[in-house]
Design a protein around this ligand. Structure first.
Ligand SMILES: Cc1cc2nc3c(=O)[nH]c(=O)nc-3n(C[C@H](O)[C@H](O)[C@H](O)COP(=O)(O)OP(=O)(O)OC[C@H]3O[C@@H](n4cnc5c(N)ncnc54)[C@H](O)[C@@H]3O)c2cc1C
Length: 550
């Protein structure tokens, strides 16, 4: 594989030479370092690289250049290489412009000159950005090939699983791709044996399921120990924070998560307001970093789903999707919330066949040049609409309320207004979905009455509900299913449920001693990444206090 490119841009030859030398010294083995003496020369270079399919990982540009400023260059370069990390090199006096550019040109970082010593001021920042780039980068001819049917639920489930676990793959539609047909013929694969996964070593898995692929690509599905101090259910921000703090403080910690770490935020395009990330960070990047951090402290992760909880004396057993169990003294529940389903005729039948929920951002590239519909008026719908707008010809947002102001953050509303191919249709509801094999039309009710529109893709973001139907009744929940904990279990100062301990429940402890809860799934939680992280960390302190009682 050709080395990905790093492109440095500066009109001052001596500065450009110094940047290039520093980049080569640190990254020369893995990347090709290119240079350009102006914004226009840099754009010309990108124009040459693009048709050759050459990847560009980083654009590092000086701000003050004659003809085209660094911000202008980076903004224009984004059209050619949207996934490249964009860094502005500024003089101290230009800091204000650089901060503005984070919004306008979606710059990932700005560095002030001079950057000496690079080991302290340059490489740590670029290492982080290049790690993020690598995590999302799918080399053109490597990874898995998935041959399936775009409108099949099994196919959609498999592709969602692969992308959420960051397993590089290329999807080929059996119905429309000549390459897919050729591969199916060569390997004698029948159409009723799809989806088929072709691995780089030449092996093939037909009628492939997420479990089969997980085992084949080496995702760990079995715990290495029989007993843990703490089992964490869910690797969203809450579970990951608990894993980092628990493992770093010596607790033998196991995390159970069926998807890639990162949680609900993993599917969002960008978290803009998490402390310490001025240019925002995707949930997937945050999840990947926290996963590495927790693993470094010794936390163990398995790709499994919790399906039950059994209590036997002081031992807690979490039952797993494959029928096994893991045991511990402490369980931390952090499974977050799941997208609420659309309750209209046709929705169940067409789910995965044109109607998608939340994590289906994986479908975005399949909607290239099509018209897609997004239902919902809150932040998740707004972020999804902006994401789809990069691929689709037109995005129609169907919003029940009179506008977005009451339900969506201002920065998202502004960005939607700036995006010309998003149309917001207020006071509009979907009342039915139609189609045989796949979604073909939607029946809508708007200010002017009922009408029908042709539609092939509908993405639903209409709120969320807690994903804890699998918990025993002894773990008390509120009327909406959110888990009660700490003071919420004793509204009148009296303990509720089967609580038998002499002490009151700790903060974040549920009605079952030793079973804690953190994040969005907790009754009364603030639905934010920072609060989920905070609760996950705090829960570990109470787990210590609980364990001290043994
Ligand atoms: C599109 C979108 C954009 C957002 N943007 C922002 C933002 O900009 N800023 C902000 O602060 N917040 C944002 N949020 C909210 C934020 O993502 C949540 O508050 C946060 O992720 C909650 O963390 P959590 O760990 O409680 O749950 P989650 O993030 O929901 O993670 C729960 C994890 O548990 C796993 N799980 C579920 N059931 C099981 C089971 N049975 N067994 C094992 N694992 C299970 C799930 O797969 C998931 O990975 C956004 C949310 C969405 C959907």
């Amino acid at each position: 594989m050709a080395r990905p490119n790093l492109l440095a841009v500066d009109d001052d030859v001596s500065v450009l030479e110094a940047v290039v030398q520093d980049l080569r010294r640190q990254y020369g083995a893995e990347y090709r370092v290119l240079r350009a003496a102006s914004g226009q020369a840099a754009l010309d270079t990108l124009d040459l690289l693009k048709p050759r399919g050459e990847p560009v990982a980083l654009l590092l540009s000086d701000q003050r250049m004659p003809g085209m400023t660094g911000v202008d260059f980076l903004e224009r370069a984004r059209v050619l290489y949207p996934e490249a990390k964009r860094v502005l090199l500024t003089a101290y006096a230009d800091t204000e412009a650089a901060i503005q550019a984070i919004n306008t040109a979606r710059i990932h970082y700005y560095l002030t000159k001079p950057w000496d010593p690079p080991e302290e001021k340059l490489y740590p920042v670029l290492n982080d950005l290049l790690d993020d780039w690598k995590a999302d980068y799918v080399p053109a001819f490597e990874g898995l090939r998935v041959i399936g049917n775009r409108w099949s639920l099994n196919d959609h489930t498999l592709r969602s699983f692969l992308s959420r676990n960051h397993i590089p793959y290329r999807s080929l539609d059996a119905a429309s791709s000549d390459e897919a047909q050729k591969l199916l013929d060569e390997r004698h694969i029948q159409m009723d044996h799809l989806p088929a996964v072709l691995f780089a070593d030449g092996s093939v898995l037909t009628q492939a399921s997420p479990d089969g692929v997980a085992a084949k690509v080496g995702l760990r599905t079995h715990a290495t120990q029989e007993f843990y101090d703490m089992v964490v259910v869910g690797a969203g921000p809450a579970g990951l924070a608990a894993a980092v703090y628990g493992a770093s403080e010596g607790l033998k910690t196991l995390v159970i998560e069926p998807e890639a770490p990162g949680g609900q935020a993993g599917s969002s395009s960008r978290i803009e307001n998490y402390l310490g990330f001025p240019a925002g960070i995707t949930g997937a990047d945050l999840g990947r970093r926290a996963h590495v951090q927790a693993s470094r402290f010794g936390a163990e992760f398995i790709t499994q789903r919790a399906v039950g909880l059994r209590i036997a004396g002081q031992y807690r057993f979490v039952q797993l999707g494959d029928g096994r169990e893991v045991s511990s003294h402490v369980v931390l529940l952090a499974p977050g919330v799941q997208y609420r389903k659309l309750d209209i005729p046709g929705a169940d039948r067409l789910t995965g066949r044109g109607i998608y929920y939340g994590a289906a951002l994986v479908e975005a590239t399949s909607c290239k040049d099509e018209e897609v519909f997004v239902v919902g008026g809150a932040n998740s719908a707004g972020q999804a609409a902006l994401h789809f707008a990069k691929f689709a010809r037109k995005v129609r947002m169907l919003v029940r309320g009179k506008g977005l102001l009451a339900t969506m953050s201002k920065y998202l509303i502004d960005e939607i207004e700036r995006t010309s191919n998003i149309l917001v249709e207020t006071q509009t509801q979907v009342i039915a979905a139609e189609g045989e094999e796949r979604l073909e039309a939607l029946r809508l009710r708007g200010p002017k009455g009922e009408y029908c529109v042709q539609a092939s893709s509908l993405f639903v973001f209409i709120g969320a509900e807690p994903g804890v139907g699998w918990l025993p009744d002894s773990v008390l929940r509120d009327e909406k299913g959110f888990v009660l904990a700490g003071p919420d279990l004793r509204p009148d100062g009296k303990a509720l449920g089967d609580w038998t301990e002499k002490r009151p429940p700790f903060l974040l402890e549920t009605s079952v001693p030793g079973v804690f809860v953190a994040g969005d799934v907790r009754h009364g939680s603030i639905k934010r990444v920072a609060s989920a992280v905070g609760e996950g960390s705090i829960a570990v302190q109470f787990a210590h206090q609980y364990l001290a009682g043994f």
